[in-house]
Ligand binder design. Structure first.
Ligand SMILES: NC(=O)c1ccc[n+]([C@@H]2O[C@H](COP(=O)([O-])OP(=O)(O)OC[C@H]3O[C@@H](n4cnc5c(N)ncnc54)[C@H](O)[C@@H]3O)[C@@H](O)[C@H]2O)c1
Ligand SMILES: [Fe+2]
Length: 391
């Protein structure tokens, strides 16, 4: 067996209504003053209300930073870290999607160390201490609550990652009730993001390992069986729970067997055109899978058994086709937009996208099939034509 390492949070609480029990977790750290990192959409939807009330009832002081925006820019993170330092906060709590959780991870770190954000982009450069950190996801989702990763948009519209075990939280607290009101289009996009995490972890070239494989398979099973239900009936708590569990397991998988070309090609779309992360992934995914197919056929055939159990394919080649076709069908059924044109991207933009995607070397090294600039450009061109060009 191949040697491997595996990292995950020491503590996970998964329970409907868990956000009402936040105060006890905070008291474990003797914290007297908490910074809540969130965004206005999440707070406006009332998703932080129970936690805020629980902290007030326990006599714990609270400072709220609700200025997180999607694909958090570096200046927002720096402003939140400054607030954290100036208020004498001793624990960071985040309730929100990946954007809020990623911001909180870096705030907890930057508030405690002299490091500057610019100095810690990359793998393993954040080596200092951080404040205690509790993360509560409201999307299912990025899996950020269990990963050592925070993604930042730089002033030059590049998406850069800080990757360090220091960013794994002390507690991941998962409350499926918080995801019940997630609008259908966000449910679809964030759910596809989670599926991409599972798929890319399962085919990750260098660090794929027996633990990440099991997590990715289970994640993909849960996500593919429930995504259609949550897109049509958002109030189904059991299906929402399965999605939240699936996204967390996918997060654990890709935290240890990193994502690859789908994410590398999605990031420039998010950074330049402000397309939500999950949707950026969904738009390029079928085309990257089609590109990878000649090399990843055997693995995609295994994934066909997960997303389409009982399929009748007679060979690995056929089964890989079944897998890609099912993923395409699932995007269609969840009404995910079909082409790059639908988000305002035109042929003239593809060269810049391909150039920027080639800079995502941290991710591209994990792709099962090597890709160069011209191939990347062609994948974007195929994504401009729509999913039919990949299936
Ligand atoms: N750290 C990681 O491991 C990791 C992995 C993948 C992606 N990411 C990053 O995460 C970010 C994307 O996160 P995301 O997809 O969760 O979206 P998000 O956090 O940007 O939120 C998207 C929108 O959904 C709203 N929202 C969130 N939860 C809601 C709820 N329950 N009900 C109603 N509205 C809700 C928010 O207010 C926001 O407007 C990107 O920056 C991406 O790069 C990080
Ligand atoms: Fe992602």
């Amino acid at each position: 067996m191949i040697p491997f390492t595996f990292q995950a949070p020491a503590n996970i609480l998964f329970e409907a209504g868990a956000s009402r029990k936040i105060a006890a977790r905070v008291q474990d750290y003797d914290a007297r003053h908490v910074l809540l990192v969130t965004d206005k959409g999440v707070r406006g939807a009332g998703l932080t209300r129970d936690a805020e009330a629980a902290l007030a009832a326990a006599g714990i002081a609270l400072t709220v930073f609700e200025d997180v925006v999607a694909d958090p820019p570096s200046h927002v993170i720096e402003a939140a870290a400054e607030l954290c330092r100036s208020q004498g906060v001793d624990l960071v709590l985040s309730i929100g999607g990946g954007s809020a959780l990623d911001t909180a991870k870096l705030v907890a770190y930057l508030a405690k160390t002299p490091d500057r954000l610019d100095d810690i982009y990359g793998v393993g450069l954040a080596k200092g201490e951080r404040l205690p950190l509790l993360l509560v996801p409201t999307t299912a989702g990025t899996g950020s609550e269990v990963t050592p990763i925070a993604i930042v948009t730089t002033p030059t519209t590049e998406k850069k990652g800080v990757v360090s075990p220091r960013l794994i939280p002390d507690w991941a607290i998962l409350d499926p009730e918080l995801t019940l009101g997630l609008p259908a289009h966000v449910t679809a996009a964030t759910g596809i993001d989670a599926m991409v995490h599972a798929i890319e972890a399962y085919t990750s070239k260098i660090k794929k390992n027996p633990m990440s494989d099991q997590l990715a398979l289970k994640a993909l099973e849960l996500l593919s069986r429930n995504i259609r239900t949550v897109c049509t009936n958002g109030q189904d708590l059991e299906a929402r729970s399965q999605m939240l569990l699936g996204s967390m397991l996918a997060g654990m998988a890709f935290a240890n067997a990193p994502v690859a070309a789908v994410h590398a090609l999605a990031y420039p779309i998010g950074a330049i055109f402000h397309v939500p992360h999950g949707l950026s992934n969904a738009l390029v995914m079928p085309h990257v899978l089609a590109f990878n197919r000649p090399v990843a056929e055997a693995l995609y055939a295994e994934l066909a058994d997960v997303v389409k159990p009982g399929h009748q394919a007679c060979s690995a080649a056929e089964a890989a086709g079944v897998f890609i076709a099912e993923i395409v069908a699932l995007c269609r059924d969840c009404q995910v937009p079909d082409t790059l044109a639908a988000v305002g991207i035109a042929e003239k933009d593809l060269a810049k996208l391909a150039e920027d995607a080639m800079k995502q070397t941290r991710l591209l090294v994990n792709n099962p099939r090597e890709l160069d600039y011209q191939q990347t450009f062609e994948i974007y061109r195929s994504a401009l034509l729509g999913r039919g060009a990949a299936a």
